[in-house]
Design a protein around this ligand. Structure first.
Ligand code: KG4
Ligand code: ZN
Length: 356
C-alpha cells in the first residue's frame, strides 16, 4: 500500500510517500520538508496567518516534489493522509483540504491523522517497532507520557501543567537572543558551556504523578540572565548547558514516575521518545541512562524524523487505512485534539499489533 502524507499543522509544509507491506513493515519513498523559518524569524515565533498563507502558496509544489522524488504518479497512490490537528487551524485546513481533493479526484481512501499519533508511531516506520510501549512525547506544544497499550491505544499517564518542554527551550533561546527556532540554538550554545555553573530548579522532582512543570525553571533562567546582563557568550553557553542539564534531570526523574505506573500493566519494558525535542542529544542521553538503569529498551526516531515531517503522517495514515480506519470527506480540522481521542476500541481494529 502506497500512501501520500501531508503535514501543515505548524511552520513546515511537508509531503512524503511511504509504502507499507502486508506484514506491517514500512519503507520511506520520499520526504520533502519546506520550513517557513525565514517567514517567521523577524517575529521571534510562528505567526498563524503568515503560516497559513505560506502553506497555501507551496503545498501543491511540495506534493508534486514528493511524487517526483518517489518516481510515482497520483495514479500509483492507494491512500492519502493529512494532519487534521492539533495545530494552527489555518495551516491544518490547507493540508487537509488538499488531501480531501486528492482523495476525491483519484478515488482513494483518506486518513485524517492526529499529528501526535504521527510522532507516536514513527518508530514503526524507522525500526519496525510496534506497540506496546511507554511513550514520551516532547514537542513545541506537548509534553506528556502515554501508555501505548496496543495498535491505536493511547492512554495519557501525565503531562505538563504549564509550558511544554519545546516551548521552554524556545523561550530560553529568545531571552538570550539566540534566535528561532530555539531548541537547536540552545543545544548548539550549550555545547561549549558548563552544565554545573548555575544551580537551577528541578520542578516536581520526586512526585508520584508523572507530570511536568517548566515555568519555574524558565523563570530561574531569566533571573540568572538578568543578574548577568549584558550576558556574555560564556554565560549564555553555561546557562544553556545548565538549563539543558536541569531539563534532562527533570525528564529522567519524571520518567521514573511514569515507569512505575506503566509497569503496573505488565507491558513490555520499552520507552519511545518522539517529537521535536527528542532530537536533543543531552535529553536522549538522560533518557537512555534511565532506561539502562530500569531495564527498558530505548527507542527514538532519527533526529530528522523527530521534528515535524510528513513521513510520520503518511505512515500513521497507512496504518489506519490498513486497519480499515478511513475518514469521510466531511472530516473536520481541529485546533485541539488530544491523542487519547483517537484511541480505537480493540475489537474494531482489524489488525492488532500483537497478532500481525
Ligand atoms: O514536533 P515539533 O517539530 O513541532 C511541534 O509539533 O511542536 O517540535 C518543535 C519543538 C520546538 O519547540 C523546538 O525548539 C524543539 O522542538 N526542538 C528542540 C530541538 N530541535 C527542535 N529542542 C531541543 N533541542 C533540539 N535539538
Ligand atoms: Zn510535532
Amino acid at each position: 500500500m502506497t500512501v501520500l502524507g501531508i503535514e501543515t499543522s505548524c511552520d513546515e509544509t511537508a509531503a512524503a510517500i511511504v509504502r507499507r507491506d502486508p506484514f506491517g513493515n514500512g519503507t520511506l519513498l520520499s520526504s520533502i520538508i519546506r520550513s517557513q523559518f525565514k517567514d517567521h524569524e523577524a517575529y521571534g515565533g510562528v505567526v498563524p496567518e503568515i503560516a497559513a498563507r505560506a502553506h497555501v502558496q507551496v503545498v501543491d509544489k511540495i506534493v508534486e516534489a514528493a511524487l517526483n522524488e518517489a518516481q510515482l504518479d497520483f495514479g500509483d497512490l492507494d491512500g492519502v493522509a493529512a494532519t487534521a490537528g492539533p495545530g494552527l487551524i489555518g495551516g491544518v485546513l490547507v493540508g487537509l483540504v488538499t488531501a480531501k481533493a486528492i482523495a476525491l479526484v483519484h478515488d482513494i481512501p483518506l486518513a485524517a491523522v492526529n499529528h501526535l499519533e504521527g510522532h507516536a508511531l514513527t518508530v514503526g516506520l524507522t525500526e519496525g517497532l510496534r506497540p506496546p510501549y511507554l511513550l514520551l512525547l516532547v514537542s513545541g506544544g506537548h509534553t506528556e507520557f502515554l501508555k501505548v497499550g496496543g495498535a491505536f491505544q493511547y492512554e495519557k499517564l501525565g503531562g505538563t501543567i504549564d509550558d511544554a518542554l519545546g516551548e521552554a527551550f524556545d523561550k530560553v533561546a529568545k531571552m538570550l537572543g539566540l534566535g528561532f527556532p530555539g531548541g537547536p540554538a540552545v543545544e548548539r550554545t550549550a555545547a561549549s558551556g558548563d552544565p554545573y555553573r548555575f544551580d537551577l530548579p528541578r520542578p516536581l522532582a520526586g512526585r508520584t504523578r508523572p507530570d511536568f512543570s517548566f515555568s519555574g525553571l524558565k523563570t530561574a533562567v531569566r533571573q540568572v540572565a538578568l543578574t548577568h546582563a549584558p550576558v556574555s557568550r560564556q554565560v549564555a553557553a553555561d546557562l544553556c548547558a545548565s538549563f539543558q542539564k536541569a531539563a534532562g534531570d527533570v525528564v529522567r526523574d519524571r520518567l521514573r514516575a511514569a515507569m512505575t505506573i506503566y509497569e503496573a500493566s505488565g507491558l513490555a519494558r520499552r520507552l519511545v521518545v518522539a517529537g521535536g525535542v527528542a532530537s536533543n542529544r543531552a535529553l536522549r542521553t538522560a533518557l537512555l541512562k534511565e532506561c539502562e538503569a530500569s531495564e527498558y529498551t530505548f527507542h527514538a526516531p532519527p533526529s530528522g524524523l523527530c521534528t515535524d515531517n510528513a513521513a510520520m503522517i503518511a505512515w500513521a495514515g497507512a496504518n489506519r487505512i490498513a486497519a480499515g480506519l478511513v475518514d469521510g470527506l466531511d472530516v473536520a480540522a481541529r485546533a485541539r485534539w488530544p491523542i487519547s481521542e483517537v484511541s480505537v476500541p480493540v475489537e474494531t481494529v482489524k489488525e492488532l499489533s500483537a497478532a500481525e
